[in-house]
Design a protein around this ligand. Structure first.
Ligand code: GAR
Length: 185
């Protein structure tokens, strides 16, 4: 199978990246992770890039970033999908406009509910009985693009933000890979 090249954007531990890397090694999975971008050199997920010898770039968002240079880099690497996987910065609107391929994101709630940050605490404060994760296309409005897939979990009275995170993330790993399979089906 000829695989398309994907780029994964991260900010933190990279557990979604790890699962995507696992999936990408499967023969029938439609993408290969060819490039990794992080907004911080402290992202633990960068260890995976080094371990798997995947080229990566750290963006210094305090400096003015040359969008054209990033776009050129993605073009050079024939990237046809960007996956935001725990990328905690808002993507530049011009970048979204100019990258004329697909950009998708995974969010730890059942969108359109609980967009933004601090999701697990807000879900618990909202006395929800159900939560989950959503994979969606990235649009210029935060966490609002077209939904590709959602997976649900039940919230138990004993759950706190930590247990909820573990349960939701376990769903995320399947949801992200399944979404990518659906996109290229
Ligand atoms: C994931 O749970 C993802 O849904 C969330 O960050 C976590 C990253 O974990 N993303 C957002 O909250 C985006 N608004 P990871 O670095 O271990 O994949």
């Amino acid at each position: 199978m000829v695989k398309r090249n994907a780029c994964v954007f991260i900010s933190g531990s990279g557990s979604n990246l790890k699962e995507l890397l696992k999936s990408s090694r499967e023969y029938n999975f439609p993408v290969n992770i060819a490039y990794i971008v992080s907004n911080t050199k402290r992202a633990k997920g960068l260890k995976l890039a080094k371990l798997h010898k995947i080229p990566f770039r750290v963006l210094d968002l305090n400096k003015i970033i040359n969008l054209e240079s990033i776009l050129k880099e993605l073009d050079k690497r024939k990237i046809s999908l960007i996956c935001l996987a725990g990328y905690m910065k808002i993507l530049n609107k011009k970048f979204i406009n100019k990258f004329n391929k697909k950009i998708i994101n995974i969010h730890p709630s059942l969108l359109p509910k609980y967009k933004g940050l601090d999701t697990f605490k807000r879900v618990l404060d909202g006395n929800e009985k159900l939560t989950g994760c959503t994979v969606h296309y990235v649009s210029k409005k935060l966490d609002s693009g077209k939904i590709i897939l959602k997976k649900k979990i039940f919230i138990e009275s004993s759950d706190d933000a930590k247990t909820l995170k573990t349960k939701v993330q376990a769903k995320e790993y399947r949801a992200y890979s399944e979404s990518i399979i659906n996109i290229f089906r």
